[in-house]
Design a protein around this ligand. Sequence first.
Ligand SMILES: Cc1ncc(COP(=O)(O)O)c(C=O)c1O
Length: 375
Amino acid sequence: MRRIYFDNAATTPLLPEVADHMSQLLKEEFGNPSSIHFFGRKARTIIEDSRKKIASHLGASIAEIFFTSCATESNNLCLKNSVRHLGIKRIISSPVEHHCVTHTLASIKDEVEVVMMQVDELGRISLSELEDLLKGSKDETLVSLMYANNEIGNLNPIEKISSLCKEHKALFHCDAVQAVGKFPIDVSKVRFSFLSGTAHKFHGPKGVSFVYINGDNNIPPMIHGGAQERNMRSGTENVYGIAGMSLALDKAVEEMQQRKTKILKIRNILKDGLLKIDPKIRFNGVQDDDNFLYTVLSVSFPKGPKSELLHFNMDIAGICISSGSACSSGVENDSDVLTAIGHDPNRKTIRFSFSHFNSEDEVDYVLTKIHSFYS
Ligand SMILES: Cc1ncc(COP(=O)(O)O)c(C=O)c1O
């Protein structure tokens, strides 16, 4: 049966060259990077070479890159330990952040004031609201806003947020998971206090992530033990994962423009084709001026028996997509992000998310299938 994978915001397939590189290392490089003998030194070199490459792709210094198990861990580390150890009294964030941020903030709500900004019907924050909030209190503040939204594909005005944070002496934590490898990021030009990325969103392996921690912000570790990662994150390092992440990022940076061009074309063909099937279809989030995460298209289908069954029918037809709903006690509700933008809960949202492995032919197939479910 034909399988089409349009769920790349959930995770991406491993690049074949990354898989080859990792399997060679898995067979040969079993050393513990903390051992001082030959095998340990080889494993250490793999990690430090990877750190150097990742740091250089981000304009960071090698001392500012730390490896963790996932972006969820990276974000927990930055948020919790800024509150517990950097004197942060207030965190400004938004309701459209990933759960690994919103749920972390909920877990520390007794330790810090959490202020959630408003978003409009397109999911945009308001810079003037952010400025007013920053001006309105002398409390030590951290702003946690994502680079690119994983559900509706919005991009935050990162440079402006960063300048406002600088002007008002607030820290800036940015969950850049959906943006790393898709947009140029240069921490030497745009100031971040903390920035997280995760390998499996840019065709690297799962279970490995990096966090950039600006040298000015000295937070202690969340995981204690053998003092790995310069005592920021104890535990024997995921040598193969780190090497795979570094190679995947090399490729993503090298091929960024070609991948973007290909994906944008596919995305546009899908958009146009969907509107031909039903002009009442809407797209969630900002769609203008090339100012969106081009790998994501969040589609809101009008209420009706056909759209009710769409997700199910697509799955049966071998098309892998993600719904915009969260299932709670057997009842399907709009996700927190869709609820925050005031999405009509009677409509059904499906998120298509692309990679350069997708083809126009796959879009044609998907459109034909959707057309047949509709007629
Ligand atoms: C925006 C965003 N942040 C964080 C995460 C969590 O990443 P990880 O799977 O590495 O914990 C995801 C994964 O879906 C995401 O899309």
